[in-house]
Design a protein around this ligand. Structure first.
Ligand code: ATP
Ligand code: MN
Length: 475
């Protein structure tokens, strides 16, 4: 029976006959083949008796080739592995011309690998990152299911344009000859859905409708934002996790966000030990190449354990502004955006200062000024701030954005009016406040930012298989 590399490496049944398939990573001394099949970061060493193997076959054992091997599992005397396979027969399933195959056994730059995103999964770094991504995804479903949440599939094509979370991608079947209204604008009544539609920027509003029937729901799906921000933390297509909870206020919301993040990171620490050990070494080496003041004083594993073991610091926006106003980089005008007064929107440089320099731990900021946050957030008694919260992480900045939702019909209507949003667009959303309204809250966590933090990868494009960013949708 065929076995995976991880099964063979964990096996202690020596002298058993084994069969395995995988790809050649390296072949040295015409004798030692390192085989990887993606089941683990580790390769299995297969030893060929080259004197008794056809030279034509030996020539075809090249990096990247797919092979099928039969042999005996034996204890290894070599350094670095406990078992190896003594090859009895080897078949080349698919050749890989060494003159052409881009992924050679040497260090490739992340930029080069992005251009070869269809092959980069065959490197140690990307296989480790993507295995961790898969385990984290499982942990997300496990956490919510075990805590009484129901997974809710929000629509990907949305007819509501009031979400206000970012620029949208239009969905249309109309072409160059689109029918026009009298004023020259496109007549979307004749479009596929009979109205203007877009790709979703958030499943929140729809998730709220389900929370008001199932109490606790969460979405985990693709999300699209046509934001032209070429940063290391933004994608045009990303995966977002959005829990929504009836009968839950902002404090409860913060408790769930913190508990959830700690749970999934702890799950990765327990279930991705080998991959994290590899990425930890990688992280430490990368940090050594950075200028001293940018260097992280913790290794990747230390950072992950720190997050899991410590309370997140909860700070009001007003307190944060006081800290920022009086801090050195602000006084010395080292920030790109100087904080002068209450009401200023926080940039990533401010968020990172609070987390990395001031509190030196994850921070949850809450009670933001109403006018820099979305219309659906619950207004506080001061009439100036809303029950919003952002979770800020080292190296990443905002990883979660959430709020307690405005459940009072009159207050919500006032806000919609003040923002010149057409009430009719949101008729179904307002219905929730008419029929059995209740305190409810939720948040959105960008899955790739979580994967970025957990793997220590500095660019978000390297934690999703095929990144979509401005000017880039190859593959
Ligand atoms: P940012 O200020 O970083 O652009 P945001 O305020 O637009 O974030 P929200 O609308 O609150 O973010 O979305 C919730 C979460 O989704 C964010 O906390 C972040 O983790 C993630 N997120 C938002 N935009 C993107 C994006 N373009 N690519 C990847 N993740 C994103
Ligand atoms: Mn944004």
């Amino acid at each position: 029976m065929q076995q995976s590399v991880i099964e063979l490496l964990q096996s202690k049944q020596f002298t058993q006959q084994v069969a395995l398939k995988g790809w050649v990573r390296t072949f040295r001394a015409n004798r030692f083949i390192a085989i990887n099949d993606g089941s683990t970061i580790h390769n299995i060493q297969c030893v060929v008796d080259f004197e008794n193997t056809d030279e034509e076959i030996l020539k075809r054992i090249t990096t990247g080739a797919a092979v099928s091997i039969k042999g005996t599992l034996v204890e290894s005397l070599g350094k670095g592995q406990s078992v190896e396979v003594q090859v009895e027969s080897i078949e080349i399933l698919g050749d890989s011309n060494p003159e052409e195959y881009p992924i050679q056994p040497k260090k490739h730059s992340l930029e080069f690998l992005r251009e070869n995103a269809h092959l980069r999964i065959r490197t140690n770094t990307f296989s480790a990152v993507m295995r961790i991504r898969a385990i984290l995804s499982f942990a997300v479903h496990k956490y919510f299911t075990e805590n009484g949440f129901f997974n809710f599939h929000a629509p990907i094509i949305t007819g509501s344009d009031a979400e206000g979370a970012g620029e949208m991608f239009k969905v249309t079947t109309l072409g160059a000859n689109a029918p026009k209204n009298e004023d020259g604008s496109i007549d979307y009544k004749q479009d596929f859905f009979g109205k203007e539609t877009n790709l979703t920027v958030s499943g929140q509003l729809e998730a709220e409708t389900y929370a008001m029937g199932l109490s606790k729901v969460y979405t985990f799906g693709p999300t699209f934002r046509a934001e032209n921000s070429n940063t290391t933390r933004h994608l045009a297509e990303f995966w977002m996790i959005e829990p929504e909870m009836a009968f839950c206020d902002l404090d409860g919301n913060m408790d769930v966000a913190e508990d959830f993040i700690k749970y999934v990171i702890r799950y990765a620490l327990e279930h991705c030990k080998d991959d994290l050990a590899f990425l930890n070494d990688r992280f430490v080496k990368e940090e050594q190449n950075k200028p001293a003041q940018e260097r992280s004083d913790m290794s990747l594993l230390e950072k992950l354990n720190f997050v899991v073991d410590n309370n997140f610091k909860r700070v009001s926006y007003t307190e944060a502004i006081e800290i920022l106003r009086n801090c050195k980089p602000n006084q010395k005008k080292k920030f790109q955006y100087i904080i002068n007064e209450w009401g200023a929107d926080l940039q990533s440089e401010h968020e990172r200062f609070l987390v990395e320099k001031h509190f030196k731990c994850p921070v949850i900021l809450f009670d933001y000024p109403a006018n820099i946050k979305a219309f659906y957030m619950r207004l506080n008694e001061d009439k100036k701030t809303v029950r919003a919260m952002d979770v800020l992480f080292p190296g990443i900045g905002e990883i979660v954005g959430g709020s307690q939702r405005e459940e009072r019909l009159d207050v919500l209507k006032e806000k919609i009016k003040a923002l010149h949003i057409d009430e009719k667009e949101l008729w179904w959303y307002l219905d929730l406040r008419k029929f059995g309204t209740a305190v409810h809250s939720g948040f959105g966590l960008g899955f790739e930012r979580l994967v970025q933090f957990t793997t220590g990868m500095s660019n978000i494009r390297d934690v999703i298989p095929y990144p979509r960013t401005p000017q880039n949708a190859e593959f």
